[in-house]
Design a protein around this ligand. Structure first.
Ligand code: SF4
Ligand code: SF4
Length: 318
């Protein structure tokens, strides 16, 4: 099969991704080549930051959120080969050309049916691929007249911070692209040093806050929320916090009292903070979380009033 190379990262589990993550660096023609592990690129989006934006969804996340709409971006494929036979279009093959198992994808044959994701024991995908900054610049350039910026989402953007820094730096230094804004959509788990590396080339971050209460946050994401709260404080202090996103998951974090406490905490950080209230939808979530009820517009309206009553004025509901 003549497909392009798939993933070659056996042993690079989610827990093995560190800030700066799965990034290849090398010198080609005297220049720095940097690449990231990318799940997909969306040329146009109106929901991933201000204006019309190209969005790069990276693969790999350190949270395991019950309400994740892109759960196949959480873990990184370990080339176990389990999806090769089930693929109905024979788009996958397992090679050992480099001495280790490697899933190869023929993208000319793949029909994006998602069977590989359904059968994957870790709910990952063989379709994520390593993309170089130069290739992404070309893609961005092809739609630049129609967009106002780019967003790196995920997965978790800051797990591949070196890649994001190089991508944003390249955008900012390329004539014709330098007017584009650069943003990340993040779970907020990055440390201060990572944000300070991103800050010179990042226009803003959109931070998810799943819960203010640490125990509730742990139940909803599998992780402590102390780094998230610190990220919100730090990004606000350095003028790089675009918005905080509150995903309302019925029966978990959507009581008026819970939202009121969260609003009071956010208000203390920045009274002018932009807050986006998002109602949970089942689309895309894993089957074992599909029993969770969807957010009702009437209840979201009550929560919006709760946020405003506390003193937050920059509230948006979607
Ligand atoms: S999306 Fe479908 S066709 Fe493509 S590799 Fe996966 S199983 Fe095969
Ligand atoms: S089943 Fe999952 S982990 Fe195994 S090769 Fe396919 S995508 Fe990768």
């Amino acid at each position: 099969m003549t497909g392009e190379r798939g993933l070659i990262n056996r042993g690079l589990t989610n827990g093995g991704l560190v800030n700066g993550g799965p990034v290849n660096r090398g010198l080609v023609n005297g220049g720095l080549v940097n690449s990231g592990l990318v799940n997909r690129v969306l040329d146009f989006s109106l929901v991933d930051g201000p204006g019309n934006r190209l969005v790069i969804f990276v693969q790999g996340c350190n949270f395991d959120c019950i309400a994740c709409h892109n759960p196949y971006t959480i873990d990184v494929c370990d080339s176990c080969g389990g999806c090769v036979e089930p693929c109905p279009d024979e788009a996958l093959s397992l090679t050992f050309d480099r001495g280790t198992p490697e899933v190869v994808v023929d993208r000319n044959v793949c029909t994006e049916c998602d069977v590989c994701i359904e059968v994957c024991p870790i709910n990952s995908t063989p379709l994520a691929r390593r993309m170089e900054v130069s290739a992404l610049l070309q893609r961005i350039g092809s739609v630049a007249p129609f967009i106002s910026g780019i967003t790196v989402s995920g997965g978790e953007a800051t797990r591949q911070a070196d890649f994001v820094v190089d991508l944003f730096s390249a955008v900012k230094s390329t004539p014709g692209l330098d007017r584009l804004t650069t943003m990340v959509d993040t779970n907020g788990s990055a440390d201060r040093a990572t944000w300070d590396r991103l800050a010179p080339v990042m226009d803003g971050a959109m931070v998810d806050l799943k819960a203010l209460d640490p125990e509730l946050h742990l139940r909803m994401t599998g992780q402590d929320n102390a780094p998230v709260l610190e990220s919100i404080r730090h990004l606000a202090a350095i003028g790089k916090l675009y918005e905080v996103r509150l995903l309302m998951v019925p029966g978990h974090n959507d009581s008026a009292e819970t939202v009121k406490r969260t609003a009071e905490w956010l208000l203390a950080v920045d009274p002018d903070m932009r807050v986006k209230l998002i109602g949970f939808r089942r689309h895309g979530v894993r089957p074992h979380h599909a029993h969770i009820a969807e957010a009702e517009p009437e209840h979201l309206a009550i929560l919006e009033r709760t946020l405003r009553a506390v003193g937050l004025s920059g509230v948006v509901v979607v």
